[in-house]
Design a binder for this molecule. Structure first.
Ligand code: SAM
Length: 280
């Protein structure tokens, strides 16, 4: 049966190129091109943007991004078996798809991209959180990307958007919400993938803010948040004691009760404490 882009259906692509899914590479493929176009649309208007896609696999989401008008897609895929099907997509969209056969954790794709850049990916679960943290902690802000539109396990997506006071609120929420506006924009059941994973998935869209919500040194903020949530059941005066002997005074000066626990402190409070920590 013909598809919108004239390329073969994804099931045929996978059969022709013997792309049997490998668990070690986190391969759960999306085969429905209507669904991949819908995910691509969550990233916003792509027509004036370069898109970085990590883990295109047989190219379902890649085809969605190109069909939705992405100016250029730079796709980074570790599995060399996917190079042939991706070359077919490249031929169908001349000059708009560049593929790199590499580990996304090992390369810096920046020089091949022209601003504005959006990052869109159905991430391999085993590297998804690590890539997100890297994208959220660049050497300077704003980052080279304007937005991230990423598929995660639903559990991880919920941690990214979690609010203070909830069990899921922690480092990932603070890191994400300090300098972006994250939203869950789609939820997908296991059956949407081939093979189906054991868990539900969700797409999170994060728009980069031009500047952080509240002033703080990123490294100091990261250190205090890590210490606080590593012992999240303890009161802050205990969990942060190792950072400085006068932690109770600094917590109070930041407007935080020393008897509070990490999950009770909103991002504004963490940033106020980060500023107090660097005072003499
Ligand atoms: N985007 C495709 C889709 O939606 O059907 C495939 C998604 S699958 C969940 C994850 C993809 O990431 C696989 O194609 C896998 O080979 C690739 N991958 C895994 N680890 C990677 C890494 N470190 N760097 C680049 N690609 C990777």
């Amino acid at each position: 049966m013909a598809t919108v882009d004239g390329l073969p259906p994804l099931r045929d692509v996978i059969a022709t190129h013997e792309l049997v899914a490998k668990k070690s590479l986190g391969q759960n493929f999306l085969l429905d091109l209507n669904l991949t176009s819908k995910i691509a649309r969550q990233a916003g208007d792509l027509t004036q943007c370069d898109v970085l896609e990590v883990g295109p696999g047989p190219g379902g989401l890649t085809r969605g991004l190109l069909a939705e008008g992405a100016r250029k897609v730079l796709a980074v895929e570790k599995d060399s078996r996917a190079m042939a099907p991706l070359a077919e997509i490249s031929a169908a969209y001349p000059g708009r798809l560049e593929v790199i056969n590499a580990d996304a954790l090992e390369i810096d794709p920046l020089e091949r991209l022209t601003a504005p850049v959006r990052i869109v990916a159905n991430l391999p679960y085993n590297v998804g959180t690590e890539l997100l943290v890297r994208w959220l902690t660049p050497p300077s802000w704003p980052p080279y990307w304007a937005s991230l539109t990423l598929m995660f396990q639903r559990e991880v997506a919920e941690r990214i958007v979690a609010e203070p006071g909830s069990k899921k609120y922690g480092r990932l929420a603070i890191l994400s919400q300090w300098r972006t506006t994250p939203r869950i924009v789609m939820e997908l059941p296991p059956e949407a993938f081939s093979p189906p994973p054991k868990i539900h998935s969700a797409v999170v869209h994060l728009d980069a803010l031009p500047a952080p919500r509240f002033e703080a040194d990123p490294k100091v903020l990261e250190r205090i948040v890590a210490a606080g949530f590593n012992q999240r059941r303890k009161m802050l005066r205990a969990s942060l004691k190792g950072l400085t002997p006068d932690i109770e005074d600094r917590l109070t000066a930041a407007g935080i009760k020393p008897t509070d626990r990490a999950e009770q402190v909103p991002i504004e409070g963490w940033c106020a404490l980060a500023r107090e920590m660097v005072k003499g």
